[in-house]
Design a protein around this ligand. Structure first.
Ligand code: AGP
Length: 588
């Protein structure tokens, strides 16, 4: 869950690296660092803190050299300290490495290296790689071969980039279970963990596969497999543009992404009809059907299951991705696993996919990042088409997932042409107008220690999503659950003034949810109703437009996202980079 950017160019790279580093900072923001080669010397500047702090302290942007790499860290092994920040250099400081992932066998490797006289400067698992490459480079004298020899000794997950002091013309890299992408520009070549890192310079990309090792120069790319045999791969063009990754006039990416939704709910519905039909056929014919995902994507999966059960009369198990391996009794040949993921890189999701394949199941995915590991390893893929999502909190990707999941269910039901999208877009735009009301709620409840979110039926996952958003952005304790569950325990926690959000669209479950709202009010709760229909039980009411029931979670999610965002700002958090989290969770 770290961000990697490396560049070999004809021109100084420090500015390019810093720009790229800021764009991958969403992947981890505990520490940052940069290494370049200039005048035959490998220089490293790094430290604990956000990219802007390290730049302020060390002026990374002033580093000289036309070959360099940079890293943002999300700590796994070793605390958040200056010494543990990447890049890590070898003993003689002739080799430097940046890494995303976990080296599982670093303890025996470190022991063996120490016995050979290597001295370690950090507590990280990563540092062993620098020392191993140094040894192999001494033995083999070739950057690509020594990187290949080094990664053969590693167990675990890695995407790495390596610099060699006496070879300022090259950089090497390797990947296993963590993303590493080559960017092929004019007179410059990149290695990065996300296309966003170099999108301003090139949109021509090569996605490396597991067990591949690469050597880049400013105008060449050489890829080999673990057997050392050459791999031929042409660059592909990616659809994302630089404008997609700027904040425009918004204070934060999160707010920009929330406000993009009137457009992204429509773009998500633009799908290749053949691929959609193939996906639907697979779902329809599955001997057993699983839906798997993590976090927000899991909530979208729950919504998908609801309609598959109720309308398509198909049975589906929705399992949190990190738990799928414990639920494999009905997984086998003929099974289908539908995986949802914004990033397409979540380690838990990839592990679930591995498990599914091991049992002979087919995997169909709904993903935002084209070219991501999940997209490439699936038997069928539908993309979210909502553009890059930089804010750590999933917002527009959630509503896009709901749109695409609905398309799949509609196709399963034989309804081919999506309708009502223009109305949905207008409804989302209308829902966004509640921002002022939400800010008023924030003023009133910003110091409350707890928040609850409840709903019934199809909207229950929306309640869970509202709680997740508030937790991760505001750090307020929040719980989301079916309203029917309140009386089985949670009511004991309700006291005078406890804010409880009741998501309650008009329709068959409306009256029952109102009864729950009454029960809450009777126990002192301040009930906040989110609905297309007001009721006197609500102390506060946020109106959302009436839409087709299958789209209701989309408009209901808008005030919940705004609540989490403004609560975060009011509590002086950084909504784009909430503490302890990272956008792409590539560790298990
Ligand atoms: C959402 O706001 C969270 N940041 C998180 O729960 C996220 O949805 C989860 O980590 C799954 O990510 P993915 O969709 O990229 O697989």
């Amino acid at each position: 869950m770290c961000g990697i950017i490396g560049c070999v160019a004809e021109e100084p790279v420090a500015g390019i690296l810093l720009e790229g580093l800021r764009r991958v900072e969403y992947r981890g923001y505990d520490s940052a660092g940069m290494a370049t080669i200039s005048g035959g010397r490998l220089g490293v500047k790094k430290g604990a803190g956000r990219v802007s702090e390290i730049e302020g302290r060390h002026r990374m942007s002033s580093m000289l050299g036309s070959t360099g790499m940079a890293h943002t860290r999300w700590a796994t092994h070793g605390g958040v300290t200056d010494a543990n920040a990447h890049p890590h250099a070898s003993c003689r400081e002739t080799v430097a490495v940046i890494h995303n992932g976990i080296i599982e066998n670093y303890i025996p490797l470190r022991k063996a290296l120490r016995a050979k006289g290597h001295r370690f400067k950090s507590e990280t698992d990563t540092e062993v790689i620098a020392h191993i490459v140094e040894d192999e480079y001494k033995r083999l004298g070739d950057p690509l071969k020594s990187t290949l020899a080094a990664v053969k000794k590693l167990k675990g997950q890695y995407a790495i980039a390596v610099l060699f002091q006496d070879r300022p013309d090259v950089m090497t890299g390797a990947r296993k279970d963590a993303p590493l992408i080559v960017g092929v520009g004019k007179g410059m070549t990149f290695l990065a963990s996300d296309v966003l890192a170099f999108i301003g310079y090139t949109d021509r990309t090569i996605f490396l596969d597991n067990y591949e090792v690469v050597e880049i120069t400013k105008d060449s790319v050489r890829i080999v497999g673990l057997d050392g045999k050459k791999v031929k791969r042409e660059p592909n063009q990616v659809a994302w543009e630089l404008s997609d990754v700027s904040k425009s006039d918004y204070a934060h990416y999160t707010l920009k992404e929330i406000n993009e939704q009137p457009r992204t709910v429509v773009s998500a519905a633009v799908q290749d009809q053949e691929k959609l039909e193939e996906f639907a056929q697979a779902v329809r014919k599955a001997k057993s059907l699983y839906i798997t995902a993590s976090g927000t994507s899991y909530h979208a999966g729950l919504l998908m299951k609801f309609r598959l059960n109720k309308e398509a009369k198909l049975r589906a198990d929705v399992v949190v991705a990190g738990e799928l391996k414990e639920h494999t009794e009905f997984l086998g040949k003929g099974s289908v696993v539908v995986a949802l993921s914004q990033s397409g890189e979540t380690a838990d999701v990839m592990e679930a996919v591995k498990e599914a394949k091991k049992h002979g199941a087919k995997v169909y995915s709904i993903v935002n990042a084209a070219g991501s590991t999940l997209a490439r390893e699936s038997d069928g893929v539908l993309l979210l088409n909502c553009g890059p999502e930089v804010g750590v909190a999933a917002t527009k990707s959630f509503t896009a997932q709901v749109v695409v999941a609905n398309l799949v269910v509609d196709a399963v039901l034989g309804r081919k042409h999506p309708n009502g999208l223009a109305e949905l877009s207008d409804a989302v735009a209308q829902a966004l107008k509640c921002e002022g009301q939400v800010q008023e709620l924030v003023r009133q409840y910003r110091d409350r220690p707890d928040f609850y979110f409840v709903a019934r039926g199809y909207e229950s996952p929306v309640a869970m999503e509202g709680a997740l958003k508030l937790k991760e952005l505001s750090y307020i304790h929040a719980e989301g659950m079916p309203a029917s569950e309140l009386k089985h325990g949670t009511l004991a926690l309700i006291e005078k003034g406890t804010p409880v959000v009741v998501i309650n669209p008009s329709g068959p479950i409306h009256a029952e949810s109102l009864s729950n709202a009454e029960e809450l009010k009777a126990r002192g709760a301040d009930v906040i109703g989110i609905s297309d229909e007001n009721d006197e039980v609500y102390r506060h009411y946020i109106h959302v437009p009436r839409v087709q029931p299958k789209f209701a979670p989309i408009v209901e999610a808008i005030p919940l996202q705004l609540l989490a965002y403004h609560m975060s700002v009011a509590r002086r958090n950084d909504p784009d980079y909430p503490r302890n989290l990272a956008k792409s969770v590539t560790v298990k």
